[in-house]
Ligand binder design. Structure first.
Ligand code: ATP
Ligand code: PH2
Length: 183
């Protein structure tokens, strides 16, 4: 728990993907590093799914998942932390939509919309991607949904291709204290 109760806390949802190296180990480590960061708490994790690559096809299969966070950080600062963790875990940016040790996308932050050079919220491609929507639907709870996000996800999932190509990899990827973080 790294949240100070005097600050305003927001709920945020992120997507995680990995298709190079120790994919599951890297996802766990990304979650550890987020949870250890002052002002971020990982509150729920989805199942992890193995998925066929989308967009750029000549690359290994991905592991994809989503996580719910509580944070006192402003969205641009949360994104900055996420990009920093990607770099720490060996993310190299070369091919657009290409292979990566880890990808962290900020999908949605309670009550926030952004359209700046560095940050678009909600994430502009989240509703087009089964590898985002299926994990997200695991963790967006109906009784916490004052924003309509659950309904938006359910509607988008009905129309989308690609769900069939997703295989459950593990239902229990991370819990607090289960891994030692080097950060
Ligand atoms: N909501 C967001 N989440 C993550 N990155 C974002 C977001 N909005 C804007 N960006 C910007 O997008 C840039 C490129 O991100 P990245 O390289 O992860 O894209 P990608 O994973 O290849 O493609 P996609 O964004 O479609 O998943 C980042 O440097 C970041 O500033
Ligand atoms: N299955 C799958 N395909 C992708 C993914 C991903 O996370 N999973 N990420 C991409 C770049 O955002 C491009 N294609």
């Amino acid at each position: 728990m790294t949240i100070h109760s005097t600050s305003e806390v927001s709920e945020a949802y992120i997507a995680l993907g990995a298709n190079l190296g120790d994919r599951e180990g890297t996802l766990k480590e990304a979650l550890n590093r987020l949870d250890h960061y002052d002002g971020i708490e990982v509150v729920r994790c989805s199942n992890v799914y193995e998925t066929e690559p989308v967009g750029y096809l000549d690359q290994p299969q991905f592991l994809n998942m989503a996580a719910a966070l509580r944070t006192t950080l402003a969205p641009e600062n949360l994104l900055h932390v996420m990009l920093d963790i990607e770099a720490q875990l060996g993310r190299v940016r070369d091919i657009r939509y290409g292979p990566r040790t880890v990808d962290l996308d900020l999908l949605w932050v309670e009550g926030q919309s952004y359209d700046t050079a560095d940050l678009t919220l909600p994430h502009p491609r989240m509703l087009e991607r089964a590898f985002v929507l299926v994990p997200l639907s695991d963790i967006v709870l109906p009784d916490e949904d004052s924003s309509g996000l659950r309904g938006i996800i359910t509607a988008a999932l009905q129309d989308i291709d690609g769900k069939e190509g997703m295989r459950l990899w593990t239902s229990n990827v991370w819990e607090r204290g289960s891994e030692h973080s080097e950060s």
